[in-house]
Design a protein. Structure first.
Length: 333
């Protein structure tokens, strides 16, 4: 079977954007691929984290992934720092990757901004760890968003250079996994910006743990324009907020935006927002309830993650051991 790998940072409760844009698409892969998923806490500390918050958010993200449909019996789900091969292989890749390659990474420039000199070295070499995450399992498919495609290209460059430098064909080529058109969910306050956990306004996003009243209130207050909904896609041009809400209803009800407009074209936003809120509540409330159930029993959640880490180590450790042998490290007893 094709081996698929992906990871997600423990940066707070996932938003509707995280769910529709990524997490939901991971679920069906459990049935036709060897799916490996992890909560990437090593990546998280490239910027300072409050230790208690990091611990809480790691469990929170793991619970969210399971509540959204990832089954620890059908996939491998674990916490990144529980498998040492990630960090060990990342150091080897630090010594393979070239500074010129890392200097071209736009995400470091975006995250560090004008304060690059004060940023952590970890943030700078973050793409090397991402390459190690994938290569530790010899995964060949990775579901990625637009912001990670450059890092995937770098991972392939690192793998090819390692193979070339040591005269081996050890690390495989990774291909981005395209799963159809991903739902691109935008802010409820500004349809030109992605929905984000970092937005200072909680009104800009739907969190997976929001209750029914909160979801309804946020949708009711979502920015729109004075025109009614059109009955065709061309009518959404230059109407980012309207296009966003139509796209959310289409994604949450597993249909196409064209079908949404066919059914709701000519409607004002008052009635449409009510329909959208009802659909979101119906879909998200079971997820929120399951998250709460899992977080109320942290011992059972931790146990499931430990089993996942054991399964991950069984794959990653032999690959990392072979990499050590190729590099020429003296075997440890």
């Amino acid at each position: 079977m094709t081996r698929v790998f992906s990871g997600i940072q423990p940066s707070g409760v996932p938003t509707l954007g995280n769910y529709l844009g990524a997490i939901r698409n991971w679920v069906p892969l459990q049935d036709h691929a060897e799916a490996i998923y992890c909560v990437v806490d090593l990546h998280a500390i490239t910027v300072w984290q409050d230790p208690k918050e990091l611990l809480r958010q790691t469990r929170e993200m793991a619970a969210a992934l399971i509540a959204c449909g990832l089954d620890p019996k059908r996939c491998i789900l674990f916490v990144q720092s529980h498998v040492r091969a990630h960090a060990e292989l990342a150091w080897i890749f630090n010594c393979v990757a070239r500074l010129g390659w890392l200097n071209r990474m736009t995400q470091f420039k975006d995250k560090a901004g004008k304060n690059q000199e004060a940023s952590s070295a970890g943030l700078y070499v973050y793409p090397n760890l991402m390459a190690a995450d994938i290569m530790a399992y010899h995964a060949t498919k990775v579901p990625v968003g637009d912001d990670q495609k450059q890092h995937l290209e770098l991972a392939n460059d690192i793998a090819q250079k390692f193979n070339h430098d040591y005269g081996v064909e050890f690390f495989p080529t990774i291909e981005p996994l395209i799963q159809g058109v991903a739902a691109r969910v935008m802010s409820l306050r500004d349809g030109t910006k992605k929905m984000s956990k970092s937005d200072p306004s909680d009104q800009s996003r739907i969190n997976l743990t929001d209750d029914a009243d909160t979801i309804a209130m946020k949708i009711r207050r979502a920015k729109t324009d004075p025109e009614p909904l059109p009955d065709h896609m061309a009518g959404l041009e230059n109407r980012p907020e309207a296009r966003n809400l139509v796209g959310i209803l289409a994604a949450i009800t597993d249909t196409l935006p064209e079908n949404v407009l066919r059914e709701h074209g000519g409607q004002g936003f008052g009635a449409f927002k009510s329909t959208l809120a009802d659909a979101l509540v119906a879909h998200l409330q079971p997820i929120a309830a399951e998250m709460k159930r899992l977080l109320d029993d942290p011992g059972a959640l931790d146990a499931a993650l430990h089993v996942g880490a054991e399964r991950a180590r069984a794959i990653a450790e032999p690959i990392c051991a072979k990499a050590r042998e190729i590099v020429g490290f003296l075997p440890a007893r």
